[in-house]
Design a binder for this molecule. Structure first.
Ligand SMILES: Cc1cc2nc3c(=O)[nH]c(=O)nc-3n(C[C@H](O)[C@H](O)[C@H](O)COP(=O)(O)OP(=O)(O)OC[C@H]3O[C@@H](n4cnc5c(N)ncnc54)[C@H](O)[C@@H]3O)c2cc1C
Length: 383
């Protein structure tokens, strides 16, 4: 099913390489990572060595020179086995893109290259305790004191933080007020060891458990002028310019969950017996896997289409929202049904299907909730 007729052999080589890595290296570690909510540092380093996080970036920055369809396949295959591990690569890529598109050459050398090499991992700090969907409402401040930026405020729910190699965190902060009364928001590159940058609580989660998520605080965190990313006041524009890509990639994570749910359900149905028959003979369960297969196929077409539009330089924001909305909601449904098919075993955390449902729920929330995607799609339809 993954071998769609329009998939070229290069994509299939990438899929095969990532699948082999995910099955051999991630799968055996996945339950322990989930249980201990432990960031997979060694797996990150190995994935970086194989070039997975670097794939869609130019070779001059240690990138792989690949396209975004390939990168979606990488994330899909990682998420098929462990969605939290896939998110480490996904969140790093959001920061990589911001640095690649808006960073100076010096910023790219200092921050982008180590992130793509895997010696560092990047985090994006937009969300605050009182500003999530309404990102323009951030209240972290950055004030220029004549020689440095002084940052004060708090961020929450930030992925890839507290890993020991987290650097930088790119944060959005208010740098002034516009003539129209709105906040002027700029992005700053905060190195992991910046003075005044502190970690708060490590957050305990029902999904993405092996993804390291912390509260962050900034208390007179001083940054030199060169840590401003791009133009002053362009922060929100920069972040929003990358958000459609983020939605395609979260969609790819959902696609991995869909395929994983389907594969595990089919295998279990053939092996488990009830009333003297393999449960694969029961039509009630056959229909569940039929629906999963339909949704997996449709999600795959939508996600690869949106990624291919990006690769061709075409507009793709509506397609990205549609793909994200469809894939994440269908992943939620599929992970739920996969547990049902596994019966009581499906509730046991040693079974991957049990661990996947929390991951699917996260995907309906991050990178714009389902409600926000419906707002974007309907607004465009009605414009
Ligand atoms: C595990 C995890 C990892 C995350 N990682 C990061 C990260 O790395 N970096 C980062 O910056 N953020 C991160 N986030 C934050 C995430 O992006 C936000 O949680 C998300 O944008 C939603 O914001 P919120 O939680 O404040 O919910 P709210 O915005 O408060 O939404 C609450 C509810 O209201 C609905 N709602 C809001 N506005 C509207 C509206 N106008 N119309 C209809 N309904 C509406 C929402 O859909 C939702 O159902 C992460 C979150 C999680 C859970």
């Amino acid at each position: 099913m993954e071998n769609d007729a329009n998939m070229n052999s290069e994509y299939e080589i990438i899929r095969d390489a990532v699948r082999r890595f995910a099955e051999a290296v991630i799968a055996p570690a996945s339950e322990a990572l989930w249980e201990h909510q432990e960031f997979p540092l060694e797996i990150w380093k190995q994935a970086a060595k194989l070039g997975f996080p670097a794939l869609p970036y130019p070779v001059q920055y240690h990138g792989g020179g690949g396209d975004w369809v390939s990168f979606a396949i990488v994330l899909e295959e990682l998420a098929r086995v462990d969605c939290a591990v896939a998110n480490a690569v996904m969140a790093n890529s959001t920061v990589s893109s911001l640095l690649y598109y808006y960073g100076t050459e010096a910023q790219k050398q200092a921050y982008l290259v180590p992130m793509l090499e895997g010696s560092r991992i990047g985090a994006i700090g937009l969300t605050e305790p009182d500003a999530g969907s309404d990102a323009a409402n951030v209240s972290t401040r950055a004030d220029w004191d004549g020689s440095q930026w002084v940052i004060n405020g708090a961020k929450t729910f930030i992925s890839n933080t507290g890993t020991g190699i987290t650097s930088p965190v790119v944060i959005a902060a208010v740098t002034g007020k516009r003539a129209n009364g709105r906040k002027e928001i700029s992005n700053f590159i905060v190195p992991g060891d910046a003075p005044g940058f502190h970690y708060g609580r490590k957050l305990q989660k029902i999904g993405w458990r092996a993804s390291s998520t912390y509260e962050l605080s900034f208390q007179d965190c001083r940054l030199p002028a060169e840590n401003l990313l791009g133009e002053r006041g362009a922060g929100l524009r920069q972040t929003l310019s990358q958000i459609s890509t983020g939605r395609v990639l979260i969609g790819a994570l959902a696609l991995g969950l869909l395929q994983g749910s389907l594969d595990r359900s089919l295998a279990y149905m053939k092996e488990r017996k009830a009333f003297g028959h393999p449960i694969s003979e029961f039509q009630a369960l056959q229909f569940k896997v039929a629906d999963m297969a339909v949704h997996t196929h449709a999600a795959r077409l939508m996600i690869y289409d949106a990624a291919a539009r990006k690769d061709r330089g075409e507009p793709f924001s509506r397609e990205a929202s549609m793909a994200k909305l469809f894939a994440t909601e269908k992943a939620m449904e599929a992970t739920h049904q996969a547990i049902q098919i596994h019966g009581g075993y499906g509730i046991m955390s040693e079974y991957p299907v049990a661990r996947a449902m929390g991951d699917a729920k996260v995907l309906e929330i991050v990178e714009g909730t389902s409600e926000i995607q419906r707002m974007i799609i309907s607004r465009e339809l009605l414009a």
